[in-house]
Write a new protein. Structure first.
Length: 186
């Protein structure tokens, strides 16, 4: 009996060592270029680039699968930053993706809100607070202005209002202060 316990313990120890070694030996590193591209993108998560968010677009750029000029919220400043980072030519914004606009913020008319929660489900950054059948409100500091909450609202009670990006806290729309070069650590 004691021998069996010792054998099982030894086996478990050896297995643990093998797994630990494999985890270190075959560790999959992130893509540092995609990380740097992602840091330049405005994180609006609006999908206008035709990707499901900024990160997938960053990965596609890093893989050379797509142009650098597909992000309307980032606009020209973002394209310049990407061109500098990747050492490629600047290209004007692809207007098939949309046009560059001032920074916008969603505001809910709380008197008209019926509390259906559809906007909460649509918001990619959890910027809307509310519960079923209660009025909802937008956390201004979290809202990226992506407009994804507008189409689902059945009573059309969400307006987009122009706002100014907060200095030093939000990259949108001018990421020019980000000084990233190829080879930098993310
Ligand atoms: S268009 Fe720009 S902000 Fe919108 S998801 Fe794509 S990369 Fe992000
Ligand atoms: S509140 Fe609306 S506009 Fe603001 S981030 Fe959420 S979905 Fe986008
Ligand atoms: S979708 Fe419109 S009505 Fe529904 S909770 Fe959001 S703001 Fe209110």
């Amino acid at each position: 009996m004691l021998t069996a316990i010792l054998a099982i313990t030894l086996l478990a120890l050896i297995l643990g060592l093998v797994l630990g070694f494999a985890a270190i030996r075959f560790k999959v590193e992130g893509d540092p270029i995609a990380d740097q591209i992602d840091k330049i993108l405005p994180q609006t998560q609006c999908g206008q680039c035709s990707f499901a968010g900024c990160r997938p677009y960053a990965e596609a750029i890093a893989a050379g699968e797509v142009d650098i000029n597909r992000c309307p919220p980032g606009g020209e400043a973002t394209i310049h930053a990407l061109a500098d980072l990747l050492e490629v030519e600047f290209k004007p914004l692809d207007e098939e993706c949309g046009v560059e606009k001032p920074k916008m913020l969603a505001v809910i008319d709380e008197d008209r809100c019926i509390g259906c929660t559809l906007c909460i489900q649509a918001c990619p950054v959890d910027a809307i607070l509310g519960a079923a059948k209660h009025m909802h409100t937008v956390i201004a500091s979290e809202c990226t202005g992506c407009e994804l909450c507008l189409p689902p609202c059945p009573v059309d009670c969400i307006d987009m209002v122009e706002t100014k990006p907060k200095p030093n806290t939000w990259r949108w729309p001018d990421p020019a202060h980000i000084d990233l070069k190829l080879g930098d650590q993310p």
